[in-house]
Design a protein around this ligand. Sequence first.
Ligand code: CA
Length: 427
Amino acid sequence: MPLLQLQQLPQLLRFTAPALALACSTAFAQAAQTDEFSRCLADLKPAALAAGVRGDTYDRHTQGLAADLTVIDKLNVQPEFKTPVWDYLAGLVDDERVEQGRALLTRHAAVLAQVQQRYGVDPETVVAVWGVESNFGQTFGKYPLVQALGTLSCLGRRQGYFRGELFATLRILQAGHIAPERLVGSWAGAFGHTQFMPSTFERLAVDFDGDGKRDLMDSVPDALASTANFLAKAGWQGDRMWGWEVRLPAGFSVAGQGRKNRQPLTAWTAAGLRLADGSPLPAGAETAGLVTLAGATGPAFLVTRNFDALYSYNAAESYGLAIAHLSDRLRGGGPFATPWPTDDAGLSRAERREVQTLLSARGHDIGEVDGMLGDRSKTAVRAEQTRLGHEVNGRAGQRLLRALRAEAPAAPQPVTPSSSSDPAPRS
Ligand code: CA
């Protein structure tokens, strides 16, 4: 290795000096941020005490806490494009989730019957919320709640809101409902089977198994009853449907229609609406509003006040529809009668995993095959869309799946020994 020529030194410095400076300034910035975070948590203590958190509780859970800046990144993320409603629903209401939900309806039949008796919410609706919120308790989120909410209380937007949730979290820990090491959730602080925010937990979580703790992490009865309690408090009526998929008469204008614009079913019948299978709307005094999430040519729904209760769980109509549709599928119903207005329908989770496997087989590093289609999968999708001459948007739908399937090599051939010697016996 020759010694470094003197004349190369300035050139080398030109590259290393800024890098060194950057490394130093990053380190300084991080140290400053750590100080700022510790100071902020210390400054919040009086407000926490005023909100019912004991001093020893506050100190135990906040002293030495490091900020998790990834939650600030999540807070600031701007989705590059809005997920089409057909992608959203294809992933949330697929055959896998229906199958699992039906098995859980059977397994928890006794407690679900008790929950229905107490809160007036039917088993299929409760289990549908469970399936959409946490995939029946299989997806809780991985963020320690105090750390995530502490960070959001001191850095980034909406600090006032997150401080209220931080104090609620500390009160939950103080009351001993959930062990600190079990309390993990989404980056924004939703946790457990029902993905309640801490303040929602305090208002609506119930102890249904009678052990004295309201435990939404490890008690399925507590979680199912808390979900039903949420819906009951949001106005759910046990003698009312959420709504129906309907067929609109030709040329019907959906302008000005909506969830809150309710009319009696008799008026909708008079306007020419029918159930999706062509049969008449139910009789009776029920009122309902017309919801279309993709214009007049897509699926259309008449929704009752019960739909508003589903809506209030997450403040999105597409979310309410996912719960409603999953509950119908759990009752034995089929897919929507009217297709979504797209020539490139969405993918189930099994199909998303297949896309990831096919991308991986083409040499893309997509990480774990988990059906989630995160950033690395989207980068790979864009590369393949470019190569295939498809529209390049990072979205995987049926079109991309078909194209990748068509190119995938046939089923792997059995491995044959390269030498002519006898194959080793298999044990
Ligand atoms: Ca309990």
